[in-house]
Design a protein around this ligand. Structure first.
Ligand SMILES: Nc1ncnc2c1ncn2[C@@H]1O[C@H](COP(=O)(O)OP(=O)(O)OP(=O)(O)O)[C@@H](O)[C@H]1O
Ligand SMILES: O=P(O)(O)O[C@@H]1[C@@H](O)[C@H](OP(=O)(O)O)[C@@H](OP(=O)(O)O)[C@@H](O)[C@H]1OP(=O)(O)O
Length: 308
């Protein structure tokens, strides 16, 4: 068992378990899970398996280089990518239960949220990478089949604070996600988005998510550098701000002609995360886009646009 595949009994000062982690390797699976720093609004993701850590660190280090370069550089696919991934703060090592564990330190996308609503959407019909063993490939192909084949995405987990239920916390994990099909996946998104009983969704929320999702889609339509397997888009918003939004800002089947929102803006963002299986495009596919990833992003954009 690797050192990160154990639940810590003793965490160093200044860090704690990331309580609102909705997917991925968690203590429920007997893993270390992600940590949250108590001082600087960042999270610490264990690098996990050696090659996964090497790939993910390399990805973020490359982006950091772009962020640090001269601002006079023309905008390119790298600068667009910087806008839709969490900020990166290096890969520190911390003593956990007497062992040195390496982490990837990232901006906590839920920092400052009173009622953080978080959905992990894993992108791509194919989620196994070129180095996957036959067993891993079979295991991946047998999970979330209906969603992956129809939409090129799946939902391993999400949480929301239900505004109409006084802020009650609702969490769903991979067992819920594995039951989603074309018939009920939209209900999962409506639940996450705090839709009203008549299906009305905050127009502001949709517009803010779609702003970021369009950036990600436009990047995916052009980028030929990578193949992203088992990578996610993390959707985050603060339902406490939604609580105060004027009702007329909600789109609904009855009120399809709503004007654009102009009320209090709920904070909402979509960020690309989890690059443990990010591979350079193979020579035989040079100058081609990642159709596997693009299919999932297109589906996610379509689902959100249908809610407007
Ligand atoms: N920057 C972030 N801010 C807040 N929460 C995050 C952030 N990155 C990840 N998380 C939380 O951690 C969960 C898992 O993240 P991630 O997919 O990167 O880890 P993992 O799946 O355990 O790793 P891997 O698949 O690479 O082994 C996400 O679903 C989300 O809840
Ligand atoms: O996507 P899920 O449902 O969380 O499944 C994970 C996932 O397949 C994960 O692989 P990775 O993409 O994070 O690398 C698996 O980790 P390992 O391959 O290191 O075992 C998890 O085991 C999967 O969880 P589960 O065992 O519940 O299917």
């Amino acid at each position: 068992m690797s050192e990160w595949e154990s639940i810590p009994t003793d965490l160093p000062a200044g860090v704690m378990q990331l309580a609102n982690q909705v997917a991925g390797h968690t203590s429920a699976q007997g893993c270390l899970g992600l940590l949250k720093t108590t001082r600087d609004g960042t999270i610490l993701k264990p690098t996990g398996k050696v090659l996964c850590g090497i790939r993910e660190i390399a990805f973020y280090e490359r982006l950091q280089h772009v962020r640090n370069r001269n601002d006079d550089e023309p905008e390119d696919l790298w600068t667009v990518l910087c806008q839709v991934v969490p900020r990166y703060f290096g890969h520190p090592k911390l003593p956990i239960d007497g062992k040195e564990i390496e982490f990837i330190q990232l901006e906590d996308l839920t920092e400052g949220h009173e009622w953080p609503c978080i959905m992990d959407v894993k992108i791509g019909r194919r989620t196994w990478d070129p180095l996957a063993t036959p067993e891993k490939r079979k295991a991946e192909e047998n999970k979330y089949k209906a969603c992956r084949q129809r939409f090129g995405l799946c939902i391993p987990g999400f949480q929301l604070y239900s505004v109409r239920d006084g802020g009650k916390l609702i969490r769903h994990g991979k067992d819920y996600g594995k039951k989603l099909t074309e018939d009920n996946i939209r209900d999962a998104f409506l639940l996450y988005l705090n839709a009203t009983e008549d299906g009305g969704v905050s127009r502001t929320l949709l517009e803010q998510f779609l702003h970021d999702l369009h950036l990600i889609r436009d990047w995916a339509r052009k980028q030929t550098m990578f193949r992203l397997y088992s990578s996610s888009v993390l959707l985050v918003y603060d339902a406490a701000r939604l609580r105060d939004e004027p009702a007329e800002n909600r789109s609904s089947p009855q009120r399809a002609s709503l004007t654009n929102s102009n009320g209090t803006l709920p904070t909402a963002k979509a960020r690309m995360i989890d690059f443990a299986h990010a591979f350079p495009t193979e020579a035989c596919e040079a100058d081609t886009v990642d159709e596997n990833y693009l299919q999932g992003i297109d589906s996610l954009v379509d689902i959100f646009e249908q809610f407007l």
